[in-house]
Write a protein that binds this ligand. Structure first.
Ligand code: ZN
Length: 93
């Protein structure tokens, strides 16, 4: 199933990130392309880990900064300095 494959690609991106961030970017790219081709939505919790601007796989403390301000989660990609804002839910992320 495509959705499963997408999750797998994200897991691979996560694993390879420490050794090769560029490679994790490639896995994320493949996951997104697969989502588009099969019309499968990328789950919100995974989508949050990807920079919309440059497609980098984001790891807090490594290549992105996460701040919470005015009930918004603000994620800044350190690759391209793109900011992403998401409403912060009280039930957790
Ligand atoms: Zn970026």
């Amino acid at each position: 199933m495509a959705a499963q494959r997408i999750r797998q690609l994200f897991e691979m991106a996560d694993e390879i990130f420490k050794q090769d961030p560029m490679m994790s970017k490639r896995y994320v790219y493949l996951a997104r392309r697969m989502g588009m081709r099969h019309r499968v939505r990328i789950p919100a919790e995974l989508k949050r880990r990807v920079c919309k601007e440059c497609g980098a796989y984001l790891v807090p403390g490594a290549n992105c900064r996460v701040r919470i301000k005015n009930n918004m989660i603000i994620t800044m990609c350190m690759d391209c300095e793109h900011l992403m804002r998401k409403p912060f839910s009280k039930t957790g992320i």
